[in-house]
Design a binder for this molecule. Sequence first.
Ligand code: FAD
Length: 266
Amino acid sequence: MGVTEPTTGTDTTRIKTTAVKTGDRYVVNGQKVWISRVQHSDLMILLARTTPLSDVKKKSEGLSIFLVDIREAVKSGMTVQPIPNMVNHETNELFFDNLEIPAENLIGEEGQGFKYILTGLNAERTLIAAECIGDGYWFIDRVSKYVRERTVFGRPIGQNQGVQFPIAEAYIEIEAANLMRFKACQLFDEKKPCGAEANMAKYLAAKASWEAANACLQFHGGFGFAAEYDVERKFRETRLYQVAPISTNLILSFIAEHVLDLPRSF
Ligand SMILES: Cc1cc2nc3c(=O)[nH]c(=O)nc-3n(C[C@H](O)[C@H](O)[C@H](O)COP(=O)(O)OP(=O)(O)OC[C@H]3O[C@@H](n4cnc5c(N)ncnc54)[C@H](O)[C@@H]3O)c2cc1C
């Protein structure tokens, strides 16, 4: 999914990539950043502005989504620049220089793309929540096993409540996140509005997995930093979800403004 741009970040309605209709094609110019798995995908959903921001009543209007055949696009008009990064995740910068897309590849109605993207993101939020919950259980399993076995001061470190409590706390939070995840999934499957639940599930799950990661690393002591234990790798990986695919702050802002009806900040 090609949404994020380097100069606009989370302020998606201000994206600068444009798609201009010329005959039976759209011509795309602009740039995207952090676009994942391009090198492992055949198709990409691309968000671009089809009507200038100055010509629309609402800033969320005038954006459209397109299905891009990646194999065709890289032959002319789209350049892919991989971004080396902290996690084992293939992600890229994309440059569009007069990329031509057949007009029939427009998804839905022109100008309504932002709405479609938001709906699609509810599925992504619950998916990421599930990923974080899986990570969380992995950390809890690993650390519980380790602290049962690791003996210091003549007893298992897991016998100390100072060690038990952060692990128990993270476990409770993962279980709670799991409930919210299933609530969001159920609403999504019933085709009911689920924006709040999907966002809350992602928030809770990302937070819980990060706390589990912290406890897991902490109670592995020095061994937590050794690559062979995988803890440091998973620790880095699960940290991502505080920032992407949506930052924790933006979820808090969504809940404050759209669920609690507090004044809008942007
Ligand atoms: C590994 C990785 C993979 C990704 N894959 C994809 C992908 O496949 N497709 C895609 O389109 N994007 C992808 N992204 C982009 C990702 O969705 C964005 O990085 C994320 O939404 C945050 O946007 P940003 O990086 O532009 O941060 P910015 O918008 O610059 O924000 C930076 C920080 O500032 C804070 N902030 C910003 N605005 C506010 C505000 N109004 N109130 C309070 N705090 C605020 C937040 O804490 C945020 O973390 C990926 C990113 C990463 C790191």
